[in-house]
Design a protein around this ligand. Structure first.
Ligand SMILES: Nc1ncnc2c1ncn2[C@@H]1O[C@H](COP(=O)(O)OP(=O)(O)OP(=O)(O)O)[C@@H](O)[C@H]1O
Length: 226
């Protein structure tokens, strides 16, 4: 029997100020699965991701985190969900290395300095560890954000176009790292334009398709997230 989803959405209509930009979207992300959303610019991938994890209100429909409601500031959410969207999220006045350490300490990870140092190396930031994130190149900043999202504990990892601004080597390392996270039992929900990343990481690849109406995807979804 397959395990219960960590996240599921059913007939989720996503939009802005009550105006839909998608039709009803349904899918489930189970532990050890990577659901990849694909689709043309403007198809609604980012909107679906944000709505699924309660960073934006749905026009209608349902979403469940570990079988319960998705409440962004709840303890269960903060413990389970690691997200990276297309935005910078750094504390002002904190170096790259300390930012990673603080993320780890905030999530109760033992040996934060050692774990942060390993991530700095893995994400190729050794030369910039003492720098302010705001003094990095855009690709380096993206590496630091990905490192922060990946080193903290999570049951669900949500990434919006994680390949953005990364060079070829880093894209390949990222794909490897995502496979490791998936194989360790996390659920992954990723929007991407990178076909290689989708093929390497995805266990389910869904394409937002309009068919003349608003774009949507409908995949196997258990009722009430169970
Ligand atoms: N803040 C907003 N207010 C109103 N409409 C928006 C807003 N943000 C996005 N949209 C619209 O919602 C639709 C879906 O946008 P979204 O960013 O989700 O698409 P996407 O598939 O992620 O695109 P891309 O591949 O370009 O990142 C688009 O038509 C877009 O113009």
């Amino acid at each position: 029997m397959s395990s219960a989803p960590v996240l599921s959405v059913r007939e989720l209509v996503c939009g802005y100020a009550g105006v839909p930009v998608t039709a009803g979207v349904s899918f489930a992300v189970r532990p050890g699965e990577a659901v990849v959303l694909r689709g043309v610019n403007g198809a609604g991938k980012s909107t679906v991701l944000r709505t699924a994890v309660a960073q934006q209100a749905p026009v209608s429909g349902n979403r469940w985190l570990k079988g319960g409601p998705v409440v962004e500031n709840s303890l269960v959410y903060r413990r389970a969900v690691s997200c990276l969207f297309d935005e910078d999220a750094f504390l002002p006045g904190v170096s790259v290395g300390h930012h990673l350490e603080l993320v780890l300490r905030g999530h109760g990870v033992a040996n934060a300095p050692e774990v942060a140092a390993r991530a700095v190396e893995e994400f190729g930031l050794q030369d910039r560890v003492e720098a302010s994130p705001f003094a990095l190149s855009s690709g380096q900043r993206r590496r630091a954000l990905l490192a922060a999202a990946l080193i903290r504990p999570f049951e669900l990892l949500v990434l919006d176009e994680p390949e953005q601004r990364l060079d070829a080597l880093m894209r390949s390392r990222l794909a490897d790292r995502l496979v490791v996270a998936r194989e360790a039992g996390a659920g992954l929900l990723i929007a991407t334009h990178d076909a290689s990343l989708a093929a390497a990481v995805g266990t389910t690849v869904l394409t937002m398709d309009s068919d003349g109406a608003l774009p949507s995807v409908v995949a196997d979804v258990p009722w009430e997230g169970q």
